[in-house]
Design a protein around this ligand. Structure first.
Ligand code: RIB
Length: 273
């Protein structure tokens, strides 16, 4: 297949640029692209499908050479199947790739969830609230599966968006349960839980242990410092950009599959109940 036009631009679609996860990710992507003389066009689409469609159309109109979609928008996979975008390479980050190119760059989400389960087992928690999106993307689903498959006690599921506000809102529900620990799908949710618990006069880790996910920089600056699973976010961005450039330059190359490691970062937000 021949690449017809070369604009030396790449489109990036993210759900929430205020979440430092995506800021770091984009920084990693941009660094590599810039070195290879590609410019980036960044679109923030929230979980808004209309905005997602408009962004894709606009990117296509500008003749981008490739696309990186890190959106949690539910039907994004469907969108990138649009005819107009069929001829350019697309890498989808937050789900198993369903698009025409099958390159996939992920982190080991199942292991991440499992590590959290093992920590909370070891700390003798018997009931945990899991704060995860109602319709999780593939990677986040794996994270939850790794957790539920290895946690020995009871898991109470409450759905949340991946935001501080959403985490904070759930605290009143958490207080009605017997849970002694909370596993948040990302650090942003965990920060919301911190504020919510504080509003009710509850202490971390004395009253509740809290575990996040991502290890964004703030996790080590909040009080108490947040126990979390670190993803190599910057590297994820770099590897994604590298793979996309290779795909643009050699459309026929073998599919790339990269799984990056995760690590449990033990800080002060977890204790015995
Ligand atoms: O904080 C954003 C979350 O959504 C991260 O955990 C990342 O893996 C993405 O899927």
């Amino acid at each position: 297949r021949m690449i017809m036009k070369k604009s030396q631009t790449i489109g990036i679609i993210v759900p929430d640029i205020t979440n430092p996860f995506f800021a770091t990710l984009v920084k990693g992507i941009e660094e590599v692209l810039f070195k290879s003389d590609f410019m980036t066009i960044l679109c923030n689409v929230d979980t808004n499908d209309d905005k997602g469609i408009k962004a894709l159309e606009a990117l296509n109109h500008r003749g981008v050479d490739g696309l990186i979609v890190a959106s949690s928008g539910v039907s994004m996979s469907e969108l990138v199947k649009q005819d107009a975008l069929k001829n350019i390479p697309v890498i989808e980050l937050d789900r198993q790739s369903t698009s025409q190119t099958m390159d996939s760059i992920k982190t080991n989400d199942y292991l991440g969830g499992k590590l959290v389960a093992e920590l909370l087992n070891e700390m003798e928690h018997h009931t945990v609230v899991a704060l995860f999106p109602e319709f999780p993307s593939q990677n986040i689903l794996k994270r939850l599966e790794g957790f539920t498959n290895h946690f020995l006690g009871q898991v109470i599921h409450f759905s949340t968006e991946l935001s501080k506000a959403s985490g904070k809102k759930r605290v009143s529900d958490i207080l009605l349960t017997d849970a002694t620990a909370i596993f948040a799908a990302n650090d942003e949710i965990a920060f919301g839980v911190y504020t919510g618990l504080n509003d009710y006069g509850k202490k971390i880790p004395e009253d509740y242990s809290v575990v996040g996910y991502d290890d964004i920089e703030m996790s080590s600056y909040v009080f108490p410092s947040l126990t979390t699973v670190s993803q190599p976010i910057f590297e994820l961005g770099q590897k994604t950009a590298n793979t996309l450039i290779q795909r643009i330059e050699s459309p026929e190359m073998d599919e790339t599959e990269i799984i990056l490691p995760v690590k449990l970062i033990k800080r002060l937000s977890v204790a015995h109940p």
